[in-house]
Write a protein that binds this ligand. Sequence first.
Ligand code: UDP
Ligand code: MG
Length: 331
Amino acid sequence: MPASPSAAPAPFPTPALLPVDLSVIIPIYNEEANIPTLYERLRGVLDPMGLRYEFIFINDGSRDKSLQLVQTLALRDERVRFIDFSRNFGHQIAVTAGLDLSVGEAVVIIDADLQDPPELIVPLYQKLREGYEVVYAKRRSRQGESAAKKLTAKLFYRILASITNISIPVDTGDFRIISRKVVDALKQMPEQNKFIRGQISWIGYRQTYIEYDRAERAGGETGYTYRKMIRLALDGITGFSDAPLKAATIGGFLVSGVAFMVMLYTLYARFVSGDYQPGWASLMVSILFLGGVQLIAVGIIGEYIARLSANVRQRPLYIISDTNITPPPAH
Ligand code: UDP
Ligand code: MG
């Protein structure tokens, strides 16, 4: 026990001293409106389960009071652990850091905005105990999201499912429970461009799901801009499929084939039939079309090369500016 009330709280015991049954990983980006309710609801669910658990909040460069709120919780409750990033590294990296530093036998990944209902942790955990290594939560419906977001999400999950050679479940985010085995496997996957739900599918083992209705965001605003969503979608596709590269090749052949026919026809018209027009329109159309196709193909290659070079650079995935997790992380 600390000698005086002002002494710093005892550091969280290391895993050897205290086994943890469940780690709850919560990425945080400007979630001050949700953190207090989230904490209360999580405790309301976890305390009756009678488990030894820890919370890992990852502050992903929030510009509001999220960090202070989490730090205050950590002073009151030693199961609250936090990682404060030096800047915004993105949701997938925040989850990765949480996985790296978690010690639980099972790990839940959950959004901070209460769109993923904490109450679902009970059935997720039960299923895991039945002998599954992964139980993911599949969205039966989504509320409070724009028609555009729902449509793009729906399309994305289906395109991804059709072009990858592993089966990535549709309409499923990162809300799930995974066993320590799966966490250890994830830690061995060094890619820089994380698409965690794809990686977990790739890992295999016995996986199952339960369905739920996705609620509206409780407070605050989405941190997932269209830019971030497109990046995630491209990471998912490039990380798990070469289909776009192949499509570029096939498209290139098709377009060249058509261009070759047109060329033959042009030569024929110019030298044999003599029946040719100044032809400005057709010239413009074919130049623009070919130019467009080439740029798309080069762009696709560029997406892959950008990811290749990110992996060659081998930078650390994230920089931690502060944490109450001991011993200091090595990742
Ligand atoms: N988040 C994050 N970094 C970001 C964006 C989001 O850690 O750059 C967190 C956010 O605080 C939330 C979760 O990731 O806990 C999901 O984000 P959000 O709810 O904004 O996404 P949406 O549900 O709108 O897809
Ligand atoms: Mg959300």
